[in-house]
Write a protein that binds this ligand. Structure first.
Ligand SMILES: *[C@@H]1O[C@H](CO)[C@@H](O)[C@H](O)[C@H]1NC(C)=O
Ligand SMILES: *[C@@H]1O[C@H](CO)[C@@H](O)[C@H](O)[C@H]1NC(C)=O
Length: 309
């Protein structure tokens, strides 16, 4: 009993110290069936973390410490290889360094991003998962031990590559000659217009509105940024938290619990993905034509038979 009390005392003391110092730890966990190479990019004027890029095998985790007031972003690179000249590059999220370390390079879109600003206004951490630069891998951010604000889990936990609208799709040829959907562009990246990119005359929240493309992302991942001015439903705040960042979280374990505040749901249960197609509940509820015809013909035949005998 005494030992347990001591342990509790010291762990809360440690939490207080680390919380008080304002630093945070980020734990990256790869739940994908494949290797992910996380990239880290500090904002201008902020120190680089211990690593700017590393490999994370399926099932592996790694923790990084960030100093007080750190700000920057994380993403996952996929389908990376080293060529015969020793140059490292990735099928998605490549940072252009030619090495596993990104060394100040950012993610080539499309890439799912986790963005953090620690110890901002009122000492709160601000964080979000963004699909503004498109999507390549499911990501979940879980704050741990934090308080205040709307300190909730966020992320985009569904696999959007297979259901990505045709004009946003990124395909990559595989070694066997087949091609695979590996990422999903944002409309800004695909069409490069001020409307979709919220630039020029569309550079403010009144003129830049959601599009059918941004709504595709928002419907699938209601807590993630789907376009530049999606702040209200996509920015989260926490005080003194550490963060667990999971690639390919299992969606089933994330559906319930948590969420004391009025924040959007993490997943959209009315959006059903079937065989690579997005199917709304409406179309699911409508039976196929054959069933409809049968359901009319069978009772009619029955009625006829009853009349005859
Ligand atoms: C869920 O998706 C449906 C259809 O795709 C959409 O009409 C609805 O607004 C979405 N719900 C949320 C909470 O985003
Ligand atoms: C969380 O709180 C921040 C700060 O008060 C607010 O700007 C944001 O809209 C909130 N996010 C959600 C998803 O409600």
């Amino acid at each position: 009993m005494a030992a347990v009390t001591y342990l509790l005392f010291f762990s809360s003391l440690l939490t207080m110290i680390s919380g008080g110092m304002g630093a945070a730890t980020f734990t990256f966990s790869n739940n994908c069936q494949y290797t992910v190479w996380p990239g880290t990019l500090s904002s201008a004027g902020r120190a680089a973390l211990d690593t700017t890029g590393f490999a994370l095998q399926s099932g592996e985790s790694r923790t990084l410490n960030a100093p007080t007031s750190w700000s920057g972003r994380f993403w996952g690179r996929t389908l990376c290889t080293t060529d015969s000249t020793g140059k490292f590059s990735c099928g998605t999220g490549d940072c252009g360094s030619g090495q596993i370390e990104c060394l100040g390079g950012g993610a080539a879109p499309p890439a799912t991003l986790a963005e953090f600003t620690l110890n901002g206004d009122q000492n709160m951490d601000f964080y979000d998962v963004s699909l503004v630069d498109g999507y390549n891998v499911p990501m979940l951010v879980v704050p741990q031990g934090g308080s205040g604000g709307n300190c909730s889990t966020t992320g985009c936990v569904v696999d959007l590559n297979g259901v990505c609208p045709t004009d946003l799709r990124v395909m990559l040829a595989q070694s066997d000659g087949a091609s695979e959907n590996v990422a999903c562009k944002s409309a800004c990246e695909a069409f490069q217009t001020p409307q979709y990119c919220c630039s020029g005359a569309y550079g403010n929240p009144n003129t830049c509105r959601p599009s059918s493309y941004s709504e595709f992302f928002k419907n699938a991942c209601p807590r993630a940024y789907s376009y530049a001015y999606d702040d209200a439903t996509s920015t989260f705040t926490c005080v003194s938290a550490n963060y667990l960042i999971t690639f390919c979280p299992s969606t089933t374990s994330q559906k319930s619990g948590e969420n004391p505040q009025a924040v959007p749901p993490l997943t959209n249960d009315t959006m059903v993905f079937l065989g690579g197609e997005e199917v709304g509940q409406m179309s699911l509820a409508a039976p196929p034509l054959a069933t409809t015809v049968l359901s009319l013909v069978v009772p009619a035949l029955f009625w006829l038979l009853l009349r005859l005998f």
